[in-house]
Design a protein around this ligand. Structure first.
Ligand SMILES: [Zn+2]
Length: 194
């Protein structure tokens, strides 16, 4: 009987929706995100509370493919190793963060790379200023902005690798890219819609 359905196109069936879960971690209340599609998921900015992140990921189910760090600051990276130990996944960070790291990631990323999981794809955008290798992750209807853009402000530029002028350029870049109606998932504070 199953063969009778071969080649049949089922209209209006959405195959896998990107699901975003937020876990607020650590003393500076960093937004850690678990993003899942079909049987795969990625973790963005596991800054602290590895146990909580691991438990949430297990509940969501699926294979953890990547652990993506939007920048090198401890409040975004400190639980990466424990999460990887428990669930696997490649730790990825932009190559400009290399001089500031006290651990070895699995891969360095760069502008234009794409992160594929399930049937979703996020594009790496280099948005420096808060740090030299701060990245944003751009999807079709969403963007993860790390500490570059918050609901009520922008990230500080006075820490090592930070630069005010570069930050302004990055904000100009994001202004052109972020479309009305997009969900913005920042590194701290509220998630918002443009
Ligand atoms: Zn930061």
């Amino acid at each position: 009987m199953r063969d009778a359905w071969r080649g049949f196109i089922f209209p209006n069936i959405v195959i896998g929706i990107m699901k975003v879960s937020r876990i607020i971690v650590g003393p500076i209340e960093t937004n850690c995100y678990l993003v899942s599609s079909l049987e795969e998921l990625i973790c963005i900015d596991p800054g602290d509370n590895s146990g909580q992140i691991i438990e949430a990921a297990k509940k969501l189910g699926g294979k953890l493919k990547y652990i993506i760090l939007t920048h090198y600051h401890y409040d975004h990276v400190d639980a990466a190793k424990q999460v990887k130990l428990a669930l696997g996944g490649k730790i990825i960070i932009h190559k400009n963060e290399k001089p500031y790291l006290n651990f070895q990631p699995d891969e360095f990323t760069k502008e234009g790379d794409s992160i594929k999981f399930g049937n979703e794809e996020l594009e790496i955008l280099l948005t420096p200023g808060h740090s030299a290798g701060s990245i944003s992750l751009l999807g079709k209807k969403e963007i993860f902005t790390g500490d570059t853009l918050f609901k009520d402000g922008i990230g500080r530029t006075d820490l090592p690798g930070g630069d005010e002028a570069t930050m302004q350029d990055s904000l100009e870049k994001l202004k052109k890219i972020i479309k009305p109606g997009m969900m913005v998932y920042p590194g701290h504070g509220e998630i918002f819609k443009t």
